[in-house]
Design a protein around this ligand. Structure first.
Ligand code: NAG
Ligand code: NAG
Length: 400
């Protein structure tokens, strides 16, 4: 009996926590999140599905097309951007049937049940400075697009790529934004293709890097979306009070120099590390909480940039979890909102829970997930107890 009251008490807590986080995102399409998996200690995708559901996060970006993740999210409300890795581009560019088989093997088995809305072909290709790779990007995107068209999926699944902001030659003031000269021959036809197929241009933007390089010149408040006097673009008289918006408008300006005002910019990655090496100035949990917390508020308010006020910023935060196997400086392993055990790294007003489910049945994880959802629904409604031959440990509610 004692166990059961405790169960109901915890379910009640859980319910309250959920109502709270639901209301926090009830208007607008909400923030997306990057689900990176370069780690050996992450929870199973089925558990992550419950965590994301508790957070009311319905937009996820993957760096691959991991079948475990895609099948764990079948029949969920989550929209996926899946990744097609840089290693495939050269072959697909030379032989479009390779794109066809990738789509057949990676996308087709899941598309009926899992909401895959976009394929991100290559990540930060221009940053590699590899001419062969760079010149393979557009042909590979076209091959993927044709493969989708052959299946009648080209409207349902958009084709795009994600770029590093390094591709800009000039980003200040925003109205002077321009691309690096050596990339223009590739970017012109790339943007023409985006315009033709009406797909967004994705950018990975990290004001953290700019701040880390020049902490004396750049006010911390300006990069963290805190109150500050900001700056006025002398050409447009537009006022900027945060660097991310200035970066996005600089990209819009660069795109315009190539004749396009019809391609939307979206932010495929942005974030702030909670920990870094000694030279990674600003990488603290306090700053990460301010950056991501303030960013979430701007997304919820459906804020547009000064240059595109009517277009709400579209953001995928980097990242869901700290990833312990990422190479590079300490910051690389500390961008997560959550530790692998589901505890928040800092408070950004996102309450979630990661279930720790132990079942006596041998059902597959996906059935367990649906059973879990069904049980939670009934338990919340006060209709059932726990005596159903199911051994279940109720997770602690992660309060903030
Ligand atoms: C969850 O968020 C979506 C938008 O992301 C919103 O439409 C929906 O109403 C939210 N759910 C609840 C229960 O508030
Ligand atoms: C690309 O094609 C070559 C030759 O067919 C093959 O050996 C290689 O594994 C392919 N690369 C990928 C990533 O599929």
């Amino acid at each position: 009996m004692a166990t059961r009251s405790l169960f109901f008490f915890k379910v009640l807590l859980l319910f309250l926590a959920l109502s709270d986080s639901f209301s926090a995102t009830s208007n607008g399409q909400g923030v997306g999140i990057n689900y990176g998996q370069i780690a050996n200690n992450l929870p199973s995708p089925a558990r992550v599905a419950v965590l994301l559901r508790s957070l009311n996060i319905t937009r996820v970006k993957l760096y691959d097309a991991d079948p475990n993740v895609l099948s764990s999210f079948s029949n969920s409300q989550v929209d996926f951007m899946i990744g097609l890795g840089n290693e495939f581009l050269q072959n697909m560019s030379a032989d479009p049937t390779k794109a066809q088989s990738w789509i057949q093997q990676r996308l087709q088995p899941h598309i009926a049940k899992t909401r895959i809305t976009s394929i991100v072909v290559g990540n930060e290709i221009f940053k590699t400075n590899d001419r062969v790779l760079i010149s393979s990007l557009l042909p590979a995107m076209k091959a993927v697009y044709s493969a989708l068209t052959n299946l009648g999926l080209e409207k349902q699944v958009t084709v795009t790529s994600a770029h590093s902001l390094d591709m800009l030659q000039t980003s200040y003031p925003p109205s002077s934004g321009s691309f690096r000269q050596e990339f223009i021959q590739f970017l012109q036809p790339l943007l023409d293709f985006h315009s033709q197929i009406k797909s967004p241009f994705l950018i990975n933007a990290y004001p953290f890097f700019a701040y880390m390089d020049s902490p004396k010149e750049i006010p911390l408040e300006y990069v963290l979306f805190q109150p500050n006097q900001g700056m006025v673009d002398p050409n447009t008289n537009l006022h900027y009070d945060n660097m991310l918006f200035a970066q996005v408008d600089a990209l819009y300006a660069a795109i315009k120099t190539l004749g396009h005002t019809d391609v939307e910019v979206r932010i495929s990655e942005t974030g702030w590390p909670s920990k870094g090496d000694e030279n990674e100035i600003g990488a603290t949990p306090e700053n990460a909480a301010l950056y991501n917390g303030n960013l979430l508020r701007l997304v919820q308010q459906r804020k547009g940039t000064p240059g595109k006020k009517s277009v709400p910023i579209d953001v995928y935060v980097f990242a869901l979890f700290n990833e312990n196997l990422k190479p590079g400086p300490t910051s690389e392993r500390n961008y997560g909102l959550f530790y692998p055990d589901g505890k928040p790294v800092y408070n950004v007003g996102l309450q979630g829970y990661l279930p720790d489910i132990i079942y006596s049945s041998s059902a597959s994880s996906i059935k367990n997930l649906n059973l879990w959802r069904a049980l939670m629904g009934l338990a919340v409604a006060g209709l059932i107890g726990l005596d159903m031959g199911v051994k279940m440990r109720i997770p602690l509610v992660i309060g903030l």
